[in-house]
Design a protein around this ligand. Structure first.
Ligand code: ADP
Ligand code: ZN
Length: 667
């Protein structure tokens, strides 16, 4: 008889099984068994880490197995976090334990209790910035948010405002109120390395009370920040999607900046969407949420239109600067009038020359690295592809290599077709390296740098280029999405988009939305100072509504058009998609398994809407053939329950792997 604690505990693990297991408390455990603590258990004779989610006095099975030990002196997870994990499993198709485990640093998952941290105490010099007196629009939102916090009301505010309209200032001041009320706050950003200026502003307002997470962090540093939060030392967290699980016990506010960003979706189990988790977490804690964006997602804006979210439209830039004029260049005309392949149109070239002559700066954007994008035989039409992926090899001139952008496989560039062994290979398409080459020809005296993951692979390279640009030791930066976000340089008066169409050709219902977002975001880099600004967008489809509305800075026009199409086709936000990917080294196995899966689901589940069974748009990746079964549903938890039922006893066939993605961000 164990007088001090429970007789039995309910334990979950990170195994992909949808149930808890009961264990017997022996009384010899190092610590008292309590909900939220980790335990060691034996599972199929192997020692595993498990998590206590319930205490019981009666056995559920005959003679439950004994606990090996209780690992923690005090619980790692609060009841709120355990509830949140349950919500994640009910919405995103994973096990409860998988969801719970996603909330803690790696060392804790392995059962450790401490970690020697080799974090050097670098005293960063952060210049404190003053807070601004909020303008009327800002004051009104801040008042509403404060009222929610005081009354313990959960509400979601969608802040729609162009860059420079004062969103970040609202986040900062709302966070300040949160701290003043003795609570803590989470600030989610798509990716820290792309938003250095946001982190700086948080640090300068809140100093050492800020914990920062980013993807390139050492495990020990991550653990250290986690501990600072857990122990109440850090009160504000700035970080990417997983920061939504920061172990605060007194959460008062969650902010999701750039809420439309696809990087908020986790692409491994548990495949959660951090915006949705943020909303649920704040609901549990009865706290307000701020979603912010210049280009809100269709999902969120729709929810604001139906009254579920409170919509706040910030209509002006703080400094009353007008948005830069966007000029579309029809590249079909360029091809007609000019011989050969043009990367940079005459209009863009002239504008850049003028800009540099006036000692101003320019950013040139192309979301494709490398030199060319494919090598095709002039004679037989063969395109050189990666042996492991269904993707053309990309020429990287600097390293003189062909590289697969999906698996990083490399080979030597050749001139003669490896297939027919006769024809000359033609290197087509444009990547950032080619743009850089062309720019050097057009602007021989300009100081030009390239920012993409090839040129910025060294630590600190990113900061170095940005600092040089700020000091005007550089005139032009050409880059990928690394330069699309957050940069605020007053001397940038020209922004060029080499190809607005890249996203439009993707077989994805969000391609229009992504195109609109990207043009808007890149355009926001121009005209931040007193010099004004201009954006030149090259496109083969100037009449496409996504391109045309972006050029007019017309979000509402775009939304109306897009949401009507989504409604007609019954696409999200009116429904939810579920993408089940089956992959195998053998193509026929991937196909057979997907077809069998679709059949099984049809038989076992009433009213299931199977939209398609087909090879994935990326039909082969890293040596695996991939097939998708796409389902559509009205309600997320409901389809997850149905799927669990439908998949019971389903045998995929040997060597076939399955991944279930609810609300996939790519199809
Ligand atoms: P966003 O996040 O929407 O891009 P910011 O919050 O960064 O906008 O605001 C743009 C600029 O205006 C920043 O330099 C910020 O410091 C400044 N700013 C914001 N709010 C005010 C205000 N009420 N008064 C004066 N300046 C402000
Ligand atoms: Zn590859």
């Amino acid at each position: 008889m164990n007088l001090s604690g429970p007789e039995y505990v309910e334990v979950i693990t990170n195994l992909p099984v949808d149930r808890a297991f009961q264990y017997k408390v022996t009384g010899r455990e190092t610590f008292l068994p309590e909900v939220g603590k980790r335990v060691h258990i034996l599972f199929n004779n192997a020692k595993r880490v498990g998590y206590i989610v319930g205490l019981e006095d009666v056995p559920q099975v005959e003679d439950p197995r004994p606990l090996v030990d209780v690992i923690d002196e005090s619980p790692l997870f609060s009841p709120e976090m355990i509830e949140l994990a349950r919500w994640v499993k009910d919405n995103y198709f994973c096990s409860w334990g998988e969801a719970l485990e996603a909330m803690i640093p790696g060392a804790l998952k392995r059962g450790k209790t401490s970690m020697t941290t080799r974090v050097k105490e670098e005293e960063e010099t952060v210049i404190p910035t003053d807070k601004h007196d909020p303008n009327d629009e800002q004051a009104s939102v801040l008042g509403d948010i404060n009222r929610c916090m005081d009354k313990g009301i959960h509400e979601v505010f969608l802040l729609h405002g162009i860059t420079g309209s004062g969103k970040t200032e609202i986040y900062l001041q709302a966070m300040e109120s949160t701290l003043a009320k003795g609570k803590s706050g989470i600030m989610l950003v798509p990716e820290i390395s792309l938003t250095p200026q946001t982190v700086e502003r948080f640090r300068s307002r809140f100093g050492t009370r800020v914990a920062v997470f980013h993807s390139g962090m050492l495990e020990s540093a991550r653990f250290n920040e986690w501990k600072r939060i857990k122990e109440g030392e850090a009160r504000v967290v700035v970080g990417p999607r997983s920061a939504v699980f920061s172990p605060f016990s007194d959460l008062g506010l969650v902010v999701v900046d750039e809420e439309h960003e696809p990087s908020y979706k986790q692409d491994d189990t548990p495949r959660y969407h951090a915006r949705e988790v943020a909303i649920e977490r704040a609901r549990i804690s009865r706290a307000p949420v701020i979603l912010g964006s210049a280009t809100p997602s269709m999902e969120s804006y729709h929810r604001a239109m139906t009254g579920e979210f409170k919509l706040v439209e910030l209509t002006q830039r703080i400094d009353e600067k007008i948005l830069p004029k966007v000029k579309l260049v029809d590249m079909r005309m360029e091809f007609e009038t000019k011989v050969g392949q043009r990367v940079i149109s005459a209009v863009m070239a002239d504008a850049l020359k003028r800009d540099i002559d006036k000692k101003q700066q320019a950013l040139i954007f192309l979301n494709r690295r490398g030199f060319s994008t494919s090598a095709t035989c002039r004679k037989c039409g063969y395109t050189v592809k990666c042996g492991k992926c269904d993707s053309p090899m990309v020429l990287h001139k600097e390293k003189s290599e062909l590289i697969c952008h999906y698996c990083n496989r490399r080979s030597k560039p050749v001139d003669i077709c490896p297939e027919c062994k006769e024809g000359q290979l033609m290197y087509r398409g444009t990547g950032t390296q080619k743009v850089e080459d062309e720019l050097r020809k057009i602007l021989p005296d300009a100081r030009i740098a390239r920012m993409d993951s090839d040129s910025m692979s060294k630590r600190g390279a990113h900061d170095k280029v940005l600092r040089a640009f700020k000091a005007h030791e550089l005139d032009v930066i050409v880059g990928t999405q690394m330069i699309a976000k957050g940069l605020d340089f007053p001397k940038v008066t020209e922004v060029g988009v080499i190809s607005a169409d890249a996203n439009l050709n993707l077989p994805d219902f969000r391609s229009g939305e992504r195109t609109f977002d990207l043009i808007t975001q890149v355009a926001g880099r121009a005209g931040r100072g007193d010099l004004g600004g201009e954006v030149i967008v090259q496109t083969f489809t100037p009449d496409h509504y996504a391109v045309a509305f972006a050029a007019k800075h017309d979000f509402h026009g775009f939304y109306e058009r897009e949401i009507n199409a989504r409604r007609e086709l019954m696409f999200p936000p009116y429904t939810h998609f579920v993408k089940i990917t089956l992959r195998s080294r053998k193509e026929e196995n991937a196909q057979a398994s997907s077809e069998k899966l679709a059949e099984t689901l049809k038989k076992k589940i009433k009213d299931i809407d199977i939209v398609g069974v087909a090879p994935s748009p990326m039909a082969k990746l890293r040596g695996y053939y991939r097939w998708n079964v796409i389902l559509r549903a009205k309600d997320r938890p409901e389809i997850v329950i149905k799927l669990r039922e439908g998949l019971k006893g389903f045998r995929k066939g040997s060597g076939v792997f399955m991944a279930v993605d609810v609300d996939p961000q790519t199809m």
